[in-house]
Design a protein around this ligand. Sequence first.
Ligand code: GLA
Length: 351
Amino acid sequence: MNDSTNLKLVSRADWGEADGKKVYLYTLTNKNGMVVTITNYGGVVTSWTMPDKNNNKGNIVLGFNELKGYQAPPPYFGALIGRYGNRIANGKFTLDGKEYKLATNNDKNHLHGGNKGFDKVVWDATPSTDSSALTLNYLSKDGEEGYPGNLKVTVKYTLTDNDELRIVYDAETDKATPVNLTNHSYFNLTGDVSNNILNHSLSIDADRYTPVDKTLIPTGELKAVSGTPFDFKTSKLIGTDIGKVPGGYDHNFVLNGTSGSMRKVAVLSDSTSGRQLTVFTTEPGLQFYSGNFLDGKLQTSDGKSINKHTGLCLETQHFPDSPNKPAFPSTILKPGEKYHTETTYAVAVVK
Ligand code: GLA
């Protein structure tokens, strides 16, 4: 039917103000009644509501229902991360013979774009002419957080009728700069933060991962996962081996298959709710972070404490510290080039 009077649009609610700009909460819906809310503050996915196997609806991502939750110091719930996802050692890199110094906001390292990364800025938002998509634009100015070049970034979120949240990232620069964009959603497929994620099953299509030093900077080695707690080649409960990983999982997996082409890279499932999440990406890496730094200090809007391991991230990305690791796939974007990556999070209920 092509009756424009029945056309459902992305709805928009006032959500406050930051940096003198209006902040809104946008609601994307699909024909199955799935609902994803996204704010133009940090491009944060604030909620994703879907049914479980008994048709009870629940929110599968950690988030707050007020802007101020996101303005406080990180855990980066649901946010767009940039200019560089994850860490750059000592907040320094050299490009074309020049050393650049970045904000050091994670002990001596640079993390997730610095003190005011893309998760803390107000994006310009354009909703689609139906209920399905939101395009966000941000101009990161030359010198922001120490990075060279004016970087024009566009991120498009689309909620498809196949119950997928597609995220397409595009960028262009006027000076060579590292770029590594991702989304930092924390999933808990039970829909209830009273449950942790240790009983979720996870598979990751990766034969290798990048071991890290004490400050979580990759050593440079690409290590085989076989025979280690990092072997998720076949699905296993996250709790099975987490005790053997000091601090918990917070590691970049070297994804199999051809980077640049869209492929299935991870499947997360929770047998109690029947909910399943499948991740597809063009990226070469995936940061599996098991919510190790969540410590009960933050609460959800319904007053429940967000404890350790109550959410997990599957951040599609280039490898951490690539600007200082010439053997890793390059993250340098040059003038005239187009940065383009895609990631899809697809959900389903398995009965
Ligand atoms: C990433 C990092 C973690 C942590 C979280 C945010 O996933 O790898 O070490 O900093 O972000 O808390």
